[in-house]
Design a binder for this molecule. Sequence first.
Ligand code: ADP
Ligand code: F6P
Length: 326
Amino acid sequence: MADKKVIRTIGVLTSGGDAPGMNAAIRAVVRTALSKGLKVRGIRRGYQGLLNEEIIDLSARDVSDTIERGGTILQTARCAEMRTEEGQQKAAAICKKYGIDGLVVIGGDGSFAGAQKLANFGINTIGLPGTIDLDIACTEYTIGFDTAVNTAMQAIDKVRDTSTSHERCSIIEVMGRDAGYLALWCGIANGAEKILMPEEHDYDEEKIIEDIQESRKRGKKNYIIINAEGVGDSMNMAKRIEEATGMETRATILGHMQRGGSPTCKDRVYASIMGAKAVDLLLEGKTNRVVGYKHGEYVDFDIDEALGMTKGIPAYQYEIAKELAL
Ligand code: ADP
Ligand code: F6P
C-alpha cells in the first residue's frame, strides 16, 4: 500500500451558489488547520479562481468577524472549464505548484464532482455540503438551508398579513429550481394551502382553482400557494387564478434574498464543526470524501458513493402538509 501523503498545506474554496454559513466553514478550516501547524491557502472564486491562480495565504485574523456574515468571503463561481479533463488536470497542477496537498471544497454535488476529479489527479480532497437547497443525498443537513428557510418563512409571514387583510390569494415563489425542500418546509411552517415542488407531478391548475373556491366556502380569508422556482410561472399563474376565481391574486418572488443574510446559530455551529472535521479527515490521510450529518452524527462518505445516492421529498411530510391545510 502507498504511504499516506503528508499534509502540510490546506486549500479552501467555495463553489456553486453561495450559502449562509460558508464563512463559518471557511473560518473553521483556517483556524483548525493553523492550530494543527498547517499552512492555509484560500482560493478565490471557486474552480475558476483556482484555474486563474487567485490564491492567497490565510491567517487566523483574515477570518476574524466572518462567522456572522452571509455570502462567502472567498467569493464563488461556476466554471465550465473545470468540467473538462484538461481543466481538471490544470487545476491539479496548480494545486501542486502552490503546495496545496489537501483541498476543502464547499459546495453542492457539482462542486463535489470537481473534487472527485482532483482526487483522481492526486490532490487529497474533502467536500463540505453547502447549499440552501438541502438537495445533497448523503446528508440530512446542508450549510445554508436553515438560514434560507427561516428567511423565507419570515418573508412569507409578512406576505400573509397583507394577503389576509385583503382576502387575496398569494403565490409566493421560493428558490429551488430542482429541489422542493425550501417549498415543503415553508409550506408547513407558514401553513400554506398548496405547495408546488419540482418533485411532485400533480400540479393541476384546475384543481387549485376548485380548491380555492371550496376554501372560500369554508371561510378561509386567504389562500397561500408556495411555488418552488421553476414550477410554472408565478406571475401568469396569478393572472389565470384571478380570472378563474374572481379572487384577487398576487405573486411575490422572494429570489436571492433567501441566499443572503447572517447565518442562523444552527448554520454557524454545524458549518464550524464540518469545517474542523474536513481538516481532521485530511490529517488522517483521507481523500475523496464528503462530510455529512446523519442520525445525529457528523459522518463522511466516499464522494463516488455520495454522488450515487438519491433522496426524495419525504412523502409522509408532504401528506401532513396537505392535511394541515384543511
Ligand atoms: P453545486 O456545486 O452547487 O452543485 P454546480 O452544479 O453549479 O453547483 O457546480 C459548481 C461547479 O462545480 C461547476 O461550475 C463546475 O466548475 C464544477 N463541476 C460541476 N460538475 C462537474 C463535473 N462533472 N466535473 C468537474 N467539475 C464539475
Ligand atoms: O442552488 C442554490 C440556488 O439558489 C437554487 O435554489 C436556485 O435554483 C439557483 O441556485 C439559482 O441560481 P442563480 O444564482 O444562478 O440564480
